[in-house]
Design a protein around this ligand. Structure first.
Ligand SMILES: Cc1cc2nc3c(=O)[nH]c(=O)nc-3n(C[C@H](O)[C@H](O)[C@H](O)COP(=O)(O)O)c2cc1C
Length: 492
């Protein structure tokens, strides 16, 4: 299905338009009344994005590779090359005075007036989850963009999780150390491309990164209650600041992106100073956790980001990388597959070593030959079963920095990584249905006089559409024929 998005700078990229252009194969429209208490169950494991029209709330928008691909006007398999290509763009940022995102300005804002639902049974409170944050890094003179969840603590207060290493964590900690607040703005309701940009961790100005990935200039507008610039085409903007008290208040528990609950943590507090939005704004929620990770926003966004990181690491480590796939079912990075044309002994191990080091989240690396489709679980299972000897082809190393949310660490702060070299130097032909091509002869005997032949070549030689008459001809010739080591029939 084709999605035509208006690309010109004036039009911008809007979540509502993206949703409107999705077909019924990608979007479930819920037109009847829905209570916030039922939103999570409707999204759980859902392969489609869901638009709760009465709540003006959309969920699971980026929860599939196909929808991410539609956002970039490409196919799921071409998504990574498309993103890598766009990352070479020089992103242009244009400031505007008047923005759709500020059609309505609320200076007495209230988080509890927004359609924010409880996402998992034991979450500490309802969370805003599809929240793209914008801050300024004074030291580098750039805008930092990420995605961070917000746990409602009241009408103007929310907890923000800043435990994992990130640019925002570093920016905030530097500010808090000086006893200063950090102005921040959260866009809720954005085009998938902006969320892909937000989850990338690349050096440089990330407003320009959004523009680069959009492939069009990004129009930004100054917030009404601070000096930050946010995309002018956003649905909602929640403006405010993180207070100077540091990691001062409990936040969580929360259903995390590996499919388990994270612990109650100490985290900073966000204070809301204004809300601006479009008149017909669509609020957005992201799916995060549970048993069906491959259908969550987090895993799909994580997977694309991991693939970019792995691809770039392999570019310098080895020649011959054909494709990279991060499995969304593993949270989008824990299990990574690499399709590699090996050129010299050891190439696969070099690739494994490079992938081990390039991302903390990568835990298991599977390297396959170009004849194995890394998008196919079936083919990778087959390669693991038949091209792998555990005592020779397994690379295990320990002591790596690890993601504390991984329960198999059993509390350790470092963990092991494993590489599976599924490449093979002596690749046997793969059985396939026969194809009947070759020279024609007047008889099987004439064909064999020309040289040894496989059965299929004898069928082709006689233009046979059956094969059983060739068996009878071979029977008649039995005393005069033998077989060679490849199984071909040979005239003695
Ligand atoms: C839906 C979603 C929610 C996320 N929530 C958080 C979060 O609450 N805290 C966090 O540290 N990272 C979170 N992340 C990961 C960060 O957004 C990601 O690491 C990003 O690259 C950090 O950006 P920065 O290093 O530029 O600050 C989330 C990612 C997604 C896709």
């Amino acid at each position: 299905m084709a999605v035509s998005l208006r690309r010109d700078a004036g039009a911008g990229l809007r979540l509502r338009e993206f949703l409107e252009e999705l077909g019924p194969d990608e979007l479930q429209r819920v037109t009847g009344p829905v209570e916030l208490a039922d939103v999570a169950a409707a999204l759980e494991g859902n392969a489609k994005a869901v638009w709760f029209e009465r709540l003006s709330l959309a969920g699971n928008v980026t929860g599939s590779r196909s929808r991410l691909a539609l956002a970039f006007h490409t196919t799921p398999r071409d998504l990574l090359p498309e993103v890598l290509g766009r990352l070479k763009n020089k992103g242009e940022v244009v400031e505007v005075q008047k923005a759709p995102a500020q059609e309505v300005v609320e200076r007495e804002p209230d988080l509890t007036a927004l359609p924010v639902h409880l996402q998992h049974g034991f979450d500490g409170a309802p969370y805003i989850s599809a929240s793209v944050d914008f801050t300024r890094d004074d030291e580098r003179g750039v805008t930092n963009v990420g995605m961070r969840r917000l746990m409602l603590r009241g009408r103007r207060e929310a907890g923000i999780d800043l435990n994992a290493p990130s640019d925002l964590r570093a920016i905030y900690q530097a500010r808090a150390k000086r006893g200063e607040r950090l102005p921040i703005a959260f866009v809720v309701g954005s085009h998938p491309i902006d969320q892909v940009a937000a989850t990338m961790r690349l050096p440089g100005d990330e407003l320009a990164l959004i523009a680069a990935l959009r492939g069009a200039p990004l129009q930004v507008v100054k917030c009404v209650s601070n000096d930050l610039r946010v995309p002018a085409d956003a649905e909602y903007v929640l403006e405010g600041y993180l207070d100077e008290r540091g990691y001062a208040e409990p936040e969580g528990p929360y259903g995390e992106f590996l499919g388990y609950y994270g612990a109650l943590k100490s985290n900073p507090v966000f204070h809301l100073t204004a809300v601006t939005h479009r008149r017909d704004a669509v609020f957005q929620t992201a799916t995060i956790s549970g048993r069906t990770l491959s259908r969550t926003d987090t895993s799909q966004l994580n997977a694309l980001r991991a693939e970019v990181g792995v691809w770039r690491a392999l570019e310098t480590a080895v020649r011959g990388t054909r494709a990279v796939y991060a499995s969304p079912a593993s949270g989008g990075a824990f299990n990574v597959r690499v399709q590699l044309e090996t050129r010299a002994p050891g190439d696969a191990r070099n690739a494994i070593a490079a992938v081990f080091g390039c991302l903390v989240n990568v835990k298991h690396v599977f390297v396959v030959d170009p004849d194995v489709d890394i998008w196919s679980d079936e083919q990778v299972e087959w390669a693991l079963a038949t091209r792998f000897q555990a005592d020779q082809d397994l690379v295990v190393q320990s002591g790596f920095r690890a993601i504390p949310l991984d329960p198999s660490l059993r509390g350790a702060t470092t963990g092991a990584k494993a590489g599976f070299d599924l490449t093979t130097r002596d690749r046997a032909p793969i059985p396939q249905p026969p194809s009947y091509e070759g020279r024609r002869f007047d008889s099987v005997e004439a064909a064999l006089r020309d040289g040894p032949k496989h059965f299929v070549e004898l069928m082709a030689a006689r233009a046979s559409r059956d094969g059983r008459e060739i068996v009878r001809d071979l029977e008649a010739l039995r005393a005069r024929i033998s077989r060679d080591a490849d199984g071909r029939y040979v005239l003695k």
